[in-house]
Design a binder for this molecule. Structure first.
Ligand SMILES: Nc1ncnc2c1ncn2[C@@H]1O[C@H](COP(=O)(O)OP(=O)(O)O)[C@@H](O)[C@H]1O
Ligand SMILES: [Mg+2]
Length: 465
């Protein structure tokens, strides 16, 4: 007889159904795992064997075959431990065979039989709910799964023994509660910035329209300081955006304690980041920085210092709002609609714009042009606003703190965002919420037939989606 337990394999942020089939037959003692498992899945045999022994269940001296179907879909990760262990337990009669029928199962096992957290619980819970199933997941991931639906049947056991007791009826588990992340203190505030009135205004405009922004200025001008204050003036995530952002974070294993937050992501990768780190993929497909910044901000400090290849890889997600990772055996799409904020010095030493400074190697202008040419034209094309941030003067620094802080600016940004959303909705463009996401055709419609196409194209050079 074959025992079956439902689990999932991830393709991007999608959880595709996978069937764990276990057959125990007489013959030589063996524990075989088939169905395109990767290294972590293949090692699951040892963890399952140890966890079952630690839970007081010896494996029968028979041939145990585990098949992960469909066999042509690659299986990655450690979340197959729990479904395999439960299917084996059902096959040897340690839990009732029909108890697992309505559940999708995922979780990693420790050698002592406890169940440890895994990535991707939120998308799995949503997919299972869509298929009319309940979910069995690790206790640590329960609060994350509970966001999927209020009426979903969720079991979040700490160990195999606790789950077996639940099915026997000796220790019934309560449904986990959805958790909200505790905010790690207030965000840096715009009130800390002295002077720099134009840069503050530009930051506000970029926040209102969701525009990509490049700040160019000498070291110490406050570019990094300005960028780090952008999250404090951005509106909170809408419920739909929150779900999308949390799905990406869940698949990447970045949802701490399974708790969700409505703060917009702010990612600031170091300039040594590889192409795979920025756009995703690599040995085990994971979302990159562009996807972790989905519906938030990707801050690239010292832009020309990034590898040219890595920067150019950003062009496609900046255009389409998602990133397609193609590998020999499968493809994955991750959402990646982010606002790019970049900062750079005017030249390699950063002093070219200082009055009276003469570069020792060549003319200041040539030195600046050489440094700035590290960023390709198509990349610069996708940056809506470029500003020069002048060096902050000593007289600016002794000014009293700015009277207007992030709260007042955030209120104006929120009002501007509401206006944009209402305008695009009235035009039947409900999928567009910011001016930055509005392409040529939308721009034409929102500015009426009075605007000539050539002028419109000059203003919005990007092609329509
Ligand atoms: N406008 C400003 N108001 C207050 N402090 C500033 C300002 N500009 C720079 N500073 C100070 O200088 C430091 C360096 O600024 P930073 O943002 O790192 O400069 P940049 O990124 O342009 O090199 C900041 O940590 C801050 O203490
Ligand atoms: Mg800086």
């Amino acid at each position: 007889m074959v025992t079956r337990v439902a689990t999932v394999a991830f393709e991007g942020i999608e959880a595709r159904a996978v069937d764990v089939q276990v057959q125990v037959t007489p013959g030589g003692v063996a524990f075989l795992l088939v169905g395109l498992p990767d290294k972590a899945v293949a090692e699951s045999r040892e963890r399952v064997r140890a966890a079952l022994i630690a839970s007081g269940l010896a494996l029968p001296a028979k041939r145990i075959t585990v098949n992960l179907a469909p066999a042509d879909l690659p299986k990655e990760g450690s979340h197959y431990d729990l479904p395999i262990a439960l299917a084996v337990m059902a096959a040897i009669g340690a839990i009732p065979a029909d108890a697992l029928a309505g559940y999708t199962v995922l979780g990693e096992l420790a050698l002592d039989g406890s169940i440890t957290a895994v990535a991707g619980v939120l998308p799995t819970a949503i997919a299972a709910y869509g298929r009319g199933q309940g979910l069995i997941c690790p206790a640590a991931s329960g609060p994350e799964a509970a966001w999927a639906a209020a009426d979903m049947d969720i079991l979040a056991p700490r160990s195999l023994i606790q789950l077996a007791n639940h099915f026997k009826g000796t220790q019934v588990m309560a449904r986990p509660e959805p958790a909200v992340a505790r905010q790690a203190g207030p965000l840096p505030d715009l009130a800390d910035i002295k002077g720099q009135e134009s840069a503050r205004r530009v930051l506000e405009i970029a926040a209102a329209g969701g525009h990509n922004l490049l700040m160019n200025g000498p070291p110490g001008a406050g570019k990094s300081m300005l960028a780090s204050r952008l999250p404090s003036i951005l509106p909170p995530l809408t419920p739909r955006e929150l779900l999308e952002v949390s799905m990406v974070l869940s698949v990447a294993g970045h949802l701490a304690d399974g708790a969700l937050t409505d703060r917009r992501p702010f990612r600031a990768p170091h300039h040594s980041a590889s192409m795979a780190a920025l756009v995703g993929g690599g040995f085990q497909a994971k979302p990159g920085e562009v996807s972790l910044a989905h519906h938030g901000v990707l801050f690239l400090d010292e832009l020309p210092e990034f590898q040219a290849q890595a920067l150019d890889a950003l062009r496609q997600p900046m255009e389409t709002g998602d990133v397609l990772i193609s590998r020999a055996n499968h493809r994955a799409v991750y959402p990646a609609r982010f606002q790019l904020v970049a900062a750079m010095n005017p030249c390699r030493c950063g002093k070219a714009t200082e009055p009276g400074f003469a570069c020792r190697r060549q003319m200041n202008e040539r030195c600046m042009a050489q440094y700035q040419s590290r960023i390709s034209g198509p990349m610069l094309d996708r940056i809506d606003i470029t500003i020069d941030v002048p060096a902050v003067t000593a007289s600016d620094l002794i000014l009293p703190a700015a009277s207007e802080g992030s709260a007042q600016v955030a209120a104006r940004v929120a009002r501007a965002r509401r206006l944009q959303t209402a305008r695009f909705e009235a035009l039947g463009l409900g999928h567009v919420t910011t001016n930055a996401a509005c392409r040529r055709r939308c721009w034409m419609r929102s500015h009426g037939p009075t605007m000539r196409a050539s002028r419109c194209c000059a203003m919005r050079p990007r092609p329509c989606a």
